[in-house]
Design a binder for this molecule. Sequence first.
Ligand SMILES: *[C@@H]1O[C@H](CO)[C@@H](O)[C@H](O)[C@H]1NC(C)=O
Length: 414
Amino acid sequence: MMQVIMSSLAFQWPSLLHCWHGVSLNSVALMQNQITNAKEAIRWSTDYLLKAATATPDTLYVQVGDPNMDHRCWERPEDMDTPRNVYKITTQNPGSDVAAETAAALAAASIVFKESDPSYSTELLQTAMKVFDFADRHRGSYSDSLNSVVCPFYCSYSGYQDELLWGASWLHKASLNGSYLAYIQSNGHTMGSDNDDYSFSWDDKRPGTKILLSKEFLEKTTEEFQLYKSHSDNYICSLIPGTSSFQAQYTPGGLFYKATESNLQYVTSTTFLLLTYAKYLGSNRGVAKCGGATVTAESLVAQAKKQVDYILGDNPAKMSYMVGFGNMYPQHVHHRGSSVPSKNAHPNSISCNDGFQYLYSSSPNPNVLVGAIVGGPDNRDHFADDRNNYQQSEPATYINAPFVGALAFFSAEN
Ligand SMILES: *[C@@H]1O[C@H](CO)[C@@H](O)[C@H](O)[C@H]1NC(C)=O
C-alpha cells in the first residue's frame, strides 16, 4: 500500500526541495486533490484483505513468506526466490489479534467508500463483521498459533485484547449496529483500556482506541464513553511537557523518543493521534484536562507540527528523515531493493548470499527510495546513516502511514 502512496506523492517532491528546513505550509498545500490517489491506495490493500478473508470459510490468510528465510537473504524483489509459503489462522489455530485488526481495517475502509462506492463499502463492512465474529469467538494469539514463523519478527507483544476492542470500536463507528456498543460497554474495561501507556503502534492499539471512542463522547455526549475522554486526556497529557502527568521522553532537539529501534514509528503514530484529538477537541471547543491544568487543541497542533518539522529536517543534525526530500537525507537506507543495483545496471540475477555485499557496502544506495521515512536518530539526535544499523536506517510502511495523515492535516489547514 505504501508503495502506491509514495508513488502518487513522488511527483511533488522536486517542488518541495527548497523548503526542507521545516514544513513550508505553502508547499504542503500541494498535497491537495489527492483523494482519488488515497482511495486507490486504500482499495489496493482492502482488495487484498478481502481475498485473504473470503477465500476459505472460517480461515484468514495472514502471511506470505518465511521471515527466517527472508532475513537470511539480501535480494531484489525481481530475483526473489525464497519460499512463498502462505500461513493462515483457523478456528483450531486462532489469531484474534490479526483477525480483529483486519476487521478494523475493513470497517474503517467501509466508511471511506460509503458514498463513492456503496456496494464495495457494504462488502467491506459485511466482511469486517464476519472476521470480527471469527476473531472474538475463537480467541487466541497468532503469536501462539504461528509462533515459529511470526516470532520474534511480528509477535503480538500486546496480546489480542487491544485489537478486539479496536475492531469493535471501528465496527461500532462503521455499522451503527448496537451490538458493538454493547460489546464495548461490557468488555472495554478488561481489554486494556485502563492502562494509560503512551505508545500507539502496529502492535498496541490502546491509545488509538481511546481517542476513537472519545469522539463519541465529544460529539454526541454518549455518556458511556466519557471514560474514554478521560483516558484520552491522560494519554495526551503524558505527552505534553509541563503538565503534572507528563511522562514521555524527548531528545534535546525536541523529538518524541520511545525506543532505540525504529523510533520514528512512534513519532508519526503519536503525532497522528495528537492531531486527531486536536481535531475532535477543536470541533467541540473542548480541552484536554491535565490535572488542574488544561491543554488546548492549538497547543496539541503546535506540538505535532514540531515533530513533523523535525522529521523533515528542522533538527540538530539538519537531516531530513524522509528519503529524497530536502538537501540532506539518509543515503544508506536498510532496504533490499534500494541498496542492490537495479536490473538496468545489473541484468543478471543476484542471489541471496551475493546480495549481502550491498548491505555491508559503504557506498550510498544506488536507487533512491523516494518518500520513505527511516527509523531515525538516537536519543541524542544523532543519526548514523549506516545501512547495517537497521534500528535507525530501516524504513517501514508503519512509519510512513500515520505521517501521511499528519501531512494531510496540515495541508487541509491551509
Ligand atoms: C448486528 O450485529 C450482530 C452481530 O454481528 C448481527 O447478528 C446482527 O444481524 C446485526 N444487525 C443488523 C441490523 O445488521
